[in-house]
Design a protein around this ligand. Structure first.
Ligand SMILES: C[S@@+](CC[C@H](N)C(=O)[O-])C[C@H]1O[C@@H](n2cnc3c(N)ncnc32)[C@H](O)[C@@H]1O
Length: 471
């Protein structure tokens, strides 16, 4: 990395963009949205659009593989995502090599979508400046042709028809450069500006969440920073981003919940909304939402097909986020019971049920390992339960798997995991192993019946794995 936050210069060539790409994809795995890292790439609507197009084409590619894509999708896809060559070539940082047929399809895709991805930001600005200069020179010669006149503007000497200003750099990067405060890349090195998370929806609303390390700033100094950020994005150069919401979170840890450190709304709407399977879904800044909505619809339909529910089924949605899975199943079952740790997400889930006119859903806030065992004890009747669990990468707490295993009424279990090779593996073993008195796993073991990987993360090694268990 060419730079720390201290000298306000820009990271060097490939490293900065390599980092940018990693951050973008990692955040895509964690949540719904790309994160643009400080000082290494730019927040610009165009860039965001190209990323969204990239994700869209990725989805089309997946549909192509699964035979679902329309001819139109295939045609569009083919222009961005050429077929993979039989043998993958060695990666190269040489731009001209990336353009060539010998490069891998990932490199050619990156080159097609973000052609300057191997170039540092200062050099990108030079490339852009030179490009614009050439355009102006062409304009000058065309103007000469059409007018038959000699052009006498002050910059004729440079073959340009008007003074050419330096490229105005991208906005968040510019903001950080203007700020008297440093970026915070590593906690122990100090600095303040951490990351910006950008959430967009199908209708083009944009929520930006800026994470900031307060270090030892006073409340007055913090207020000044918030005011200045708001000014930049509402009345300054950042106003072109047309943010629907601007949030600010002070965070001294890698991640903070709203309860640990509130998400402070600096400007605009408190929520972003998304249309999903015919439902309008409200999403708070700290609530989870799947990485791309069309992909989420495919995932939820897969879960619904595997769940084998009936009108009698009580449907448990464990780790339910904004309630999307349960809400999308509500009209097929007698009752949906959701459990979620993040309080704002539970509020969203309740709002989503009410707004969409769904009355057979109840959402409980808290740790599933605390709420689920108690909830199962209170449920009356003999109707079968179907449980869907969709935990984060840390998997389920052993008390959750134990409660599910020991509840005889749960006959069908769908386990959705974005990292089945991690902690989830332990959960799966606990669900299927022979009875074990020492671990208090006394219920009948589940049997794995079906596994369906759903590619929510094209161009990465990751899948959502949907596992159907029965007993
Ligand atoms: C992968 S997300 C799935 C959310 C939802 N099913 C969806 O598709 O949008 C995992 C969810 O589990 C929640 N979670 C994490 N740990 C939890 C716990 N101990 N108890 C309840 N929920 C938890 C997270 O807040 C997050 O919303």
């Amino acid at each position: 990395m060419g730079v720390t936050g201290r000298d306000k210069t820009v990271p060097k060539v490939a490293v900065c963009f390599a980092r940018a790409r990693v951050v973008v994809w990692v955040r895509v795995l964690l949540g719904w949205f790309p994160v643009l890292p400080l000082k290494s790439t730019m927040y610009s609507p165009v860039w965001m659009r190209s990323l969204c197009q990239h994700l869209g084409h990725s989805l089309a590619r997946k549909r192509f593989v699964s035979g679902l894509a329309s001819d139109e999708e295939l045609r569009r896809n083919a222009t961005v995502c050429p077929p993979e060559p039989k043998s993958r070539k060695k990666k190269s940082r040489n731009v001209s090599a990336l353009e060539g047929e010998n490069s891998s399809w990932e490199e050619r895709l990156s080159h097609a979508v973000t052609p300057l991805w191997t170039v540092g930001y200062e050099d990108q600005l030079k490339v852009k400046f030179d490009g614009q200069k050439k355009i102006l020179q062409t304009l000058v010669s065309r103007l000469k042709e059409v007018s038959g006149e000699h052009i006498t503007s002050p910059s004729t000497r440079e073959d340009s028809c008007c003074p050419l200003q330096p490229v105005v750099p991208s906005l968040y990067e510019e903001y950080i450069k203007l700020s008297p405060l440093d970026a915070c890349l590593l906690f122990h090195q100090g600095g303040h500006w951490r990351e910006i998370t950008v959430r967009t929806n199908r209708t083009g609303d944009t929520m930006a969440i800026v994470t900031f390390h307060p270090q030892d700033l006073s409340q007055e100094e913090l207020c000044l920073q918030k005011e200045s950020l708001k000014e930049f994005f509402t009345r300054g150069p950042g106003a072109v981003c047309n943010l629907t919401s601007l949030y600010f979170q002070e965070s001294t840890m890698t991640r903070c919940t709203h309860e640990q450190s509130p998400y402070q709304l600096l400007h605009g709407e408190p929520h972003i909304f998304e249309e999903l399977l015919g439902l309008k879904i409200r999403i708070s800044p700290d609530a989870f939402f799947q990485v791309n909505t069309a992909g989420a619809e495919v995932l939820y339909k897969t879960i619904a097909e595997l769940s084998h529910v009936s009108r009698n089924t009580v449907f448990l949605d464990v780790c339910c986020g904004t309630g999307t899975i349960g809400l999308s199943m509500a009209n097929q079952v007698s009752e949906v019971l959701g459990i979620e740790l993040i309080e704002n997400a539970v509020e969203d889930a309740k709002w989503n049920a009410s707004f969409n006119g769904i009355s057979n859903c109840k959402f409980h806030s808290g740790k599933a390992e605390v709420v689920l065992p108690e909830l199962l004890l209170t449920l009356q009747g003999n109707h079968p339960f179907t449980a869907v669990v969709n935990p984060s990468r840390a998997g389920l707490h052993y008390r959750v798997t134990r409660a599910i295993r020991n509840c005889r009424r749960i006959r069908t279990l769908v386990y959705v995991s974005c990292k089945p090779q991690g902690e989830a593996m332990r959960n799966l073993l606990e669900l299927c192993c022979p009875t074990n008195d020492r671990k208090k796993l006394t219920g009948e073991p589940f049997t794995l019946k079906m596994a369906v990987p759903v590619d929510m993360f094209p161009h990465t090694n990751h899948c959502e794995l949907v596992l159907l268990f029965e007993r």
